[in-house]
Design a protein around this ligand. Structure first.
Ligand code: PAF
Length: 284
């Protein structure tokens, strides 16, 4: 199984996709920022299993990084990423050019609503606007029937679903389960930047999710009380951004816990951003 590698070249991207669509193939799309891991590969595999002509993009999107964030040090490995996309079954791996996506004269951006102001949006005010803007451009260029996103970025997934509904777009947005390392750490491109000595501390997020799930299984239903307890047990060296129980559709805060309530966690560890989330019951 060989994949085609395409650098920028939007006209060729469109014509390749149009030819597959004309042959009756649905188009599946997996946008990534590179630094690929098994989480990304599982999205490509899901698209392929759905019978799609599968397009993956690799683009570290400057618009979703704030001035003091990790754009410059974000893991970049275009050749390794291509090999992983190809092995997972991508048909086309597209490396957009920054100036194609953001021409110098560009002025128009997407401004997402209240969903983008909570959780990660509180400390990263540009983040979801930058994501929505680039994803809208991607959806416009690739015109996928289906687009695949990981549930590790559950807030991103929810906001993109909202955008697709708000703009009446004809794309089905699919959420796929978070992939974890054997020790439970949620897979993330940024894990490559974690120092070995910090690895155990990084596991606090997965451990906290497990503790919350155990408490719920034991009968705890008070979201405020449980959040307080979990925050009190949080290690000082791990800079907590948020620890919140929210319902999964509109991300409203959950005072009363239910089976589908999710715990959302965000933190920084020596400058490395860590996020995780899981429902209180079912698969993590
Ligand atoms: O989840 C990501 O990797 C990015 O936010 C995305 C969706 C590729 C947009 O840049």
């Amino acid at each position: 199984m060989t994949a085609l590698r395409l650098e920028s070249d939007i006209p060729r991207l469109k014509s390749l996709i149009a030819a597959e669509r004309a042959r009756g193939k649905p188009i599946g799309f997996v946008p990534t920022m590179g630094g690929l891991h098994q989480g990304h590969c599982s999205l490509i595999e899901a698209s392929r299993a759905d019978g799609c002509f599968t397009v993956a993009s690799v683009f570290v999107n400057p618009a979703q990084f704030g001035p003091n964030e990790d754009f410059d040090v974000y893991p970049r490995d275009p050749d390794g990423d291509f090999a992983k996309c190809e092995a997972a079954g991508a048909d086309l791996v597209w490396y957009p050019d920054t100036l194609d996506l953001y021409p110098v004269a560009a002025q128009t951006v997407v401004t997402p609503g209240p969903l983008s102001k909570m959780l990660c949006g509180r400390s990263r005010p540009k983040f979801f606007g930058g994501i929505c803007t680039v994803v809208l451009k991607f959806f416009h260029l690739v015109a996928p029937d289906r687009a695949y996103f990981g549930e590790k970025d559950f807030q991103q997934l929810t906001i993109i679903r909202r955008m697709v509904a708000d703009f009446l777009m004809d794309v089905e947005v699919l959420g796929c389960p978070t992939m974890r390392e054997p020790d439970g750490l949620a897979m993330s491109s940024r894990n490559a930047r974690l120092a070995d000595k910090d690895r155990d501390l990084a596991l606090t997020l997965a451990r906290t999710l497990n503790t919350a799930r155990e408490a719920y299984a034991a009968g705890e239903r008070d979201g405020i009380l449980l959040a307080d307890q979990l925050k009190r047990a949080w290690p000082e060296r791990l800079d907590l951004d948020y620890l919140e129980f929210r319902e999964p559709h509109h991300l409203a805060l959950s005072e009363r816990l239910q089976d589908d309530t999710r715990l959302f966690l965000g933190a920084w560890l020596d400058g490395v951003r860590l996020i995780d989330n899981a429902p209180l019951t079912g698969e993590m």
